[in-house]
Design a protein around this ligand. Structure first.
Ligand code: SAH
Length: 471
């Protein structure tokens, strides 16, 4: 079951908490900040709750639960240690269409209270739907460390200046740019240094100065190999600020999920029957059209845009048309796949260099200097190798590389479905075929590949032709 998250305004609305022990006390403490009208029903209260009742911050209904306690109530929290009673309360609440949380009992609950990170007015809520509170708490700790408290002050400042900002920047795009400047620039910086007066001065100066109309721009962004955790912070920021995202087929859906909700997302992968040049021409035309409309375009590519990604050609095109651009590097498949397969690309004992090679090249071009590629003590990372495996192995062996040289193929590297095939060069094509290795896959050849059985740690691994799940 998936829960719908919401933030409720409980101010002056009656919330009934049943139970007067430590658990009820914890819930009531978190409710107090919401200014709710809190009633606690229980035969006896903890000392803290009794004190709150004496101060009239909560009301106490003494005794055991009665149905009429539910009259006039908006939300119910059952915090008794009597499951039968909790069930009875849950059923009555259900009949009255009251939302109820039975503490630590997701089955009986119709809502859950999330873990929160409080940076008022900013609140971050985390929920595991009541099933793994420990996990939610762990995530909360992480987030706590991610945002210092100045973000709360920044939110408060933004709230206070909201009408003035709206007036000075009536256009939505300009307003968004202003907020970006405010959140990323000197205003936020001053608040981090605990200089609120200076922050406000920066804000007022910023509002008074006239900015020019936004220029369209293209950000060439590497999305990494698939695992969204491998995006750079800069890439994430670019996705958050994009008006338009032109993305490749290789970009994982999880990554697009992170983009600004109202950004226009356009898939620009190769269409059936279309050749590569036509695809590229279409991408160029789209970048140009959107940038000319003043949009902030993110051109999102798998891995890194400058590694077998035609990123260079795209920049040359933008340059020729006078469009401003930035480049955000991404983690390329060779780096990511080697890391996730436990294959160090260099190693003092086994490899002093690494070469990234495409197994596909422009028609007619010869692939590299084979004798150089076939030398020992170096690692080769072949991109787009799947249809060329037999030929690659043959060329390497013909030019002197031993048939005993270890290889790994990393299929769907860094994604949940990652598979790593390990073997020796002489049986490369055969074992890939037997295991139905498909694209996207990266081939690593070299002595370092022999370390994979020892160092692997992620996903499934295939040895000697049979699929063995990694420990
Ligand atoms: N610019 C990309 C490469 C594009 S070429 C980068 O820097 O990674 C496409 C090839 O990259 C694929 O055929 C495959 O060889 C490799 N590749 C990309 N993502 C991959 C992944 N998740 N797992 C394995 N190989 C991948």
């Amino acid at each position: 079951m998936r829960l719908f998250p919401l933030f409720a305004n409980l101010s002056q609305r009656r919330v009934l908490v049943i139970g007067g022990g430590a658990v009820a006390e914890r819930k009531i403490k978190s409710l107090l900040v919401s200014d709710a009208d809190i009633t606690v029903g229980a035969p006896a209260l903890t000392e803290t709750l009794a004190e709150l009742a004496r101060q009239h911050r909560i009301q106490h209904l003494p005794g055991t639960f009665e149905e009429n306690w539910l009259d006039g109530v908006w939300l119910v929290i059952a915090a008794t240690d009597d499951r039968a009673l909790n069930r009875q309360i849950a059923e009555l609440a259900e009949q009255r269409r009251l939302l109820i949380n039975v503490v630590d009992d997701p089955e009986l609950s119709s809502f859950q209270v999330p873990s929160i990170v409080d940076r008022s007015p900013l609140t971050i809520a985390i929920s595991s739907a009541g099933h793994a509170p420990v996990l939610a708490r762990r995530v909360r700790e992480r987030i706590e460390s991610l945002f210092d408290h100045s973000i709360g002050a920044l939110g408060a400042l933004a709230a206070r200046y909201r009408p003035a900002i709206r007036k000075a920047r009536p256009d939505l795009r300009q307003r968004r740019e202003f907020y970006d400047w405010m959140l990323d620039g000197p205003v936020a910086d001053a608040l981090k240094r605990q200089q609120p007066i200076e922050a406000e001065k920066w804000l007022e100066d910023g509002l008074a100065s006239q900015t020019t109309a936004p220029q369209g721009k293209v950000l060439l962004v590497g999305a990494g190999p698939g695992d969204p955790g491998l995006l750079t912070l800069k890439a994430l920021r670019a996705l958050n600020e994009a008006d338009v995202i032109l993305y490749d087929r290789l970009v994982a859906p999880d990554i697009l999920e992170l983009a600004r909700r109202d950004a226009v997302q356009i898939a620009v992968g190769k269409r059936p029957g279309e050749n590569h040049d036509a695809t590229q021409a279409r991408i160029h035309a789209l970048m140009l059209a959107h940038a000319n409309q003043g949009h902030r375009v993110v051109r999102l590519k798998g891995g890194d845009a400058f590694i077998f990604g035609r990123g260079g050609e795209e920049l040359q095109f933008l340059r020729a048309h006078g469009i401003a651009y930035e480049v955000v590097p991404g983690i390329t498949a060779a780096l990511a796949c080697s890391a996730y397969a436990g294959v160090p690309l260099t190693h003092r004992d086994y490899a002093q260099s690494v070469t990234l090679v495409t197994a596909h090249c422009r028609e007619g071009a010869m692939l590299e200097d084979w004798s150089a590629l076939a030398r020992e003590k170096q690692t080769l990372a072949f991109y787009m190798p799947v249809s060329q495996l037999e030929w690659l192995a043959e060329q390497l062996m013909t030019h002197g590389r031993s048939g005993e040289t270890p290889f790994v193929i990393v299929e769907n590297g860094t994604r949940p479905e990652q598979r790593v095939l390990q073997g020796r060069l002489k049986s490369l094509a055969q074992s890939a075929q037997a295991n139905h290795i498909a694209s996207p896959s990266l081939l690593l050849v070299g002595e370092v590949a022999g370390l994979a059985p020892d160092l692997e740690w992620f996903g499934a691994s295939i040895k000697a032709g049979s699929l063995v799940p990694a420990d």
